[in-house]
Write a protein that binds this ligand. Structure first.
Ligand code: HEC
Ligand code: HEC
Ligand code: HEC
Ligand code: HEC
Ligand code: HEC
Ligand code: HEC
Ligand code: HEC
Ligand code: HEC
Length: 544
């Protein structure tokens, strides 16, 4: 039998990267070796053991060094990866597998923050301010503009007082605290209780459950998890996500930009699609003339002569935090992982929620108009899921036939150390370390269908048709999936006809980056028993 050896063909060619311009061309290694007398050989001879750094060093005449040396390396090719200086271990069942960069201490301060001890002593609130007016003047300026700088009292407080620095950070400068929501709870019990009572999908579960206990990201290195930890950590652990420190302003939180810090981009274009709706455009055109000082529940009240108008289109908080409710899921019909699972939100089963939404719209529209709009959302979402199923059907078929390129066994192992197909329930949801077609499906099911839902929910006709995750980009993805499936099938037929047994290319399972994936280094017993789960009542904390 003829064995197809990828190295044989690839080995005779090498990408030669020219350091000066951006030109990139293919060149035959043997002619290159002649012309430039470079000692780059075919893989089968001496060159086989050369690392990419060694090859690049010869091409560019650049010394090999560590990537943290401060030297400039052309495309990083002669650099060696050194890894973060210090890593913090995660918590819970996966703590032996899961690491964070040390900056995690600002995003989960309760578990990771450690006070500085360069300033010694205990100080009264006013002393903090005197010294910090010089040390960190921006912070003191913000604080002075906040209601925390004026003597006042909330329902959970006994006395009127100024909320000076020490009330949140403590008095002992060698034992400073970085406040998470438990600190705010002392004086704002109502908002913290609402926050804490949110179910899965609400802000309070965004870090421990969705990041630390989400198996899909266990395989990735800490550097890639940092962004996840920032957004998800602020959303769960801290209260300054929507009213930023040290201004702590309700006005800021009522505006949509505040949600737009996290609710944007390819997985969740919430902010963008809302901006592209009539609601968002009118806000952009005249929002600066509106009175943001009123509580949301008072936006319906009459505006008297001489007063500023209240917002005439709804913002995120208006619809999702009616009456100022800090349980962010209070208005949602069902938690569907950003809309990646299908549910008919207009079904009889969800009538109560639907009626509540219509009541929100009815402040400015007729209920007839609102019902039609929301029911259009249901129809648009349902239709688009037919595309997801069509795609899945094609891909699962390729898997059954054994002709994915590569099949799971040809990839680096998943975080469990297994080779399970990513689109099976026990498989790992993967963005990387999958075949091209699985990745295309991931994009359709996570980046696109979710945004069809978001655009339809937020009345952005442009986005549920054409842009971002709309219907037409979904068509494109379905075609891309079919084209890839067709190529795989035709290739499989050819190989069969020619009696070629294809061995997956090694680059699918090996490489400088790929070797960093944690599944490769899995050890027996490094996943703790389920009892160690931080949320052992949740399905997301995977079984042993
Ligand atoms: C004698 C001056 C002085 C006084 C008084 C003082 N601080 Fe500081 N504080 C500093 C300095 C200096 C730093 C370090 C600033 C830096 O890292 O740039 C600091 C840093 C901090 C930090 C940041 C800690 C970190 O990990 O980065 C906090 C929070 C803080 N102070 C709070 C307080 C509070 C609360 C009080 C009153 C109880 C207070 N400070 C009183 C001088 C002072
Ligand atoms: C209402 C509570 C509250 C008060 C009052 C407060 N802070 Fe903070 N502070 C926070 C929060 C929340 C953070 C962010 C915590 C984190 O990053 O985990 C923070 C972070 C900090 C930091 C470190 C982060 C940075 O941006 O540098 C410093 C320094 C700081 N505060 C100084 C002060 C000073 C000085 C005062 C008094 C003028 C003060 N704080 C009053 C809540 C408070
Ligand atoms: C020692 C008590 C105390 C602590 C701790 C405290 N606050 Fe406050 N807070 C107050 C008081 C008093 C007011 C002013 C009275 C009011 O608006 O209800 C206030 C007002 C506010 C407001 C409304 C401001 C506005 O513009 O309407 C926000 C938002 C706020 N606090 C957020 C926080 C956050 C977030 C934390 C924790 C990081 C926190 N507070 C910690 C006492 C506290
Ligand atoms: C600091 C980042 C951050 C900010 C600011 C933020 N969110 Fe979120 N939000 C998240 C994260 C992360 C989740 C996912 C929570 C989870 O799955 O547990 C989320 C979840 C939600 C959900 C539930 C949807 C779902 O699929 O879980 C809604 C609704 C929501 N946010 C609305 C808002 C609104 C409205 C604002 C502004 C008033 C806002 N958020 C501000 C990060 C943020
Ligand atoms: C998702 C955005 C968001 C987050 C996160 C958030 N808030 Fe708020 N907060 C708001 C909005 C919006 C308002 C204004 C509500 C209104 O107008 O009724 C508000 C208002 C407040 C007020 C003033 C209430 C009043 O009646 O004047 C307090 C106090 C407050 N928040 C505390 C907190 C605390 C404590 C946390 C942390 C558990 C927190 N907030 C986290 C959006 C947020
Ligand atoms: C006119 C009211 C309205 C406004 C304004 C609005 N939304 Fe929504 N939003 C909806 C509706 C309706 C849904 C569908 C919710 C359902 O039926 O569960 C939704 C869904 C969502 C979801 C998914 C929630 C889930 O449980 O699936 C998120 C996240 C979200 N919106 C964020 C935002 C953000 C961020 C903004 C501001 C940029 C915003 N929304 C503005 C009405 C609104
Ligand atoms: C820019 C802020 C941001 C970053 C960075 C971010 N997320 Fe999220 N994530 C969100 C928001 C906001 C939601 C909720 C969105 C919604 O429902 O529309 C969310 C939702 C999720 C969900 C689904 C749960 C839900 O509520 O729908 C998971 C799981 C998740 N994120 C994991 C991650 C991982 C893993 C990373 C890093 C690779 C990451 N996130 C990075 C903001 C962020
Ligand atoms: C605070 C007032 C307000 C609320 C609440 C509100 N809207 Fe609107 N909406 C407006 C205004 C004003 C316009 C612009 C009217 C126009 O296009 O002539 C608008 C425009 C629209 C449009 C585009 C106009 C059209 O004819 O197609 C849609 C769709 C829409 N809203 C749906 C909703 C839905 C659904 C809800 C509830 C989930 C809602 N709105 C809640 C004020 C509001």
């Amino acid at each position: 039998m003829l064995r197809f050896r990828p190295e044989g063909i690839l080995g005779s060619m090498i990408f030669v990267l020219l350091g000066t311009g951006c030109s990139l061309f293919l060149s035959n290694v043997s002619s290159l070796a002649e012309d430039n007398s470079l000692a780059i050989q075919e893989k089968t001879s001496v060159g086989e053991d050369l690392t990419i750094q060694e090859k690049a060093s010869k091409i560019f005449g650049e010394a090999i060094g560590n990537d943290n040396s401060g030297e400039v390396y052309t495309w990083g090719l002669t650099a060696k990866y050194t890894g973060p200086e210090k890593l913090f271990s995660g918590e819970g069942k996966f703590k032996n597998l899961f690491n964070f960069l040390q900056a995690i201490r600002w995003y989960d301060p309760k578990h990771y923050y450690q006070s500085i001890d360069s300033v010694k002593g205990e100080f009264a609130g006013e002393e903090c301010i005197v010294c910090h007016r010089i040390q960190t003047p921006g912070i003191v300026n913000d604080w002075e503009r906040s209601s925390h700088s004026k003597p006042a009292k909330t329902a959970s407080m006994d006395l009127y007082m100024k909320v000076t620095c020490d009330k949140c950070h403590g008095n002992d400068h060698t034992k400073l605290k970085m406040p998470d929501y438990t600190v705010c709870a002392e004086c704002h019990a109502l908002q913290v209780d609402q926050h804490k009572n949110g179910g899965p999908g609400s802000h309070v579960h965004s870090f421990h459950l969705q990041v630390e206990e989400q198996a899909m990201i266990i395989n990735t290195p800490a550097e890639e998890l940092f962004g996840c930890a920032q957004c998800h950590g602020i959303a769960e652990n801290r209260c300054d996500g929507c009213h930023t420190r040290h201004r702590f302003s309700s006005v800021e939180a009522r505006k949509p930009e505040t949600c737009g810090i996290c609710h944007l981009g390819i997985e969740h274009y919430d902010y963008e699609v809302w901006l592209d709706s009539y609601h968002g455009r009118i806000y952009q055109a005249e929002g600066n003339e509106w009175n943001w000082n009123r509580s949301i529940k008072d936006w319906k009240k009459p505006v008297h002569e001489g007063q500023l108008p209240v917002p005439r289109t709804p913002t995120c908080a208006y619809c999702h935090m009616p009456e100022g409710n800090h349980d962010i899921l209070n208005a949602s019909t069902e938690f569907t992982y950003m809309g990646s699972s299908q549910v008919d939100r207009g079904a009889k089963k969800h009538e109560k929620k639907r009626n509540a939404w219509i009541k929100v719209c009815k402040n400015c529209h007729s209920s007839n108009f609102a019902r039609d709009q929301l029911s259009a959302m249901d129809d648009i979402v349902n239709l688009n899921f037919a595309k997801v199923r069509e795609a899945y059907n094609i891909i699962i078929d390729l898997y059954d036939e054994g002709i994915l390129d590569p099949m799971p066994e040809g990839l680096a192992p998943d975080w469990q150390g297994h080779s399970i197909f990513s689109l099976l329930p026990e498989g790992e949801t993967r963005v990387y370390n999958v075949s091209n077609i699985e990745r295309l499906f991931f994009e359709m099911a996570t980046y696109q269908i979710t945004n069809v839902y978001k655009a339809a929910a937020h009345s952005s006709m442009e986005n549920h048709s054409y842009s971002r995750g709309g219907a037409i980009p979904m068509h494109r993805k379905l075609i891309a999936i079919k084209a890839e499936a067709s190529r795989l099938k035709r290739m499989a037929r050819l190989e069969k006809a020619m009696d070629i047994e294809h061995v997956p290319f090694k680059f699918w399972s090996q490489g400088e980056y790929t070797d960093l994936l944690k599944g490769k280094n899995r050890k027996e017993g490094d996943v703790l028993p389920k009892s160690e789960c931080l949320h052992n009542d949740q399905v997301d904390c995977l079984a042993d």
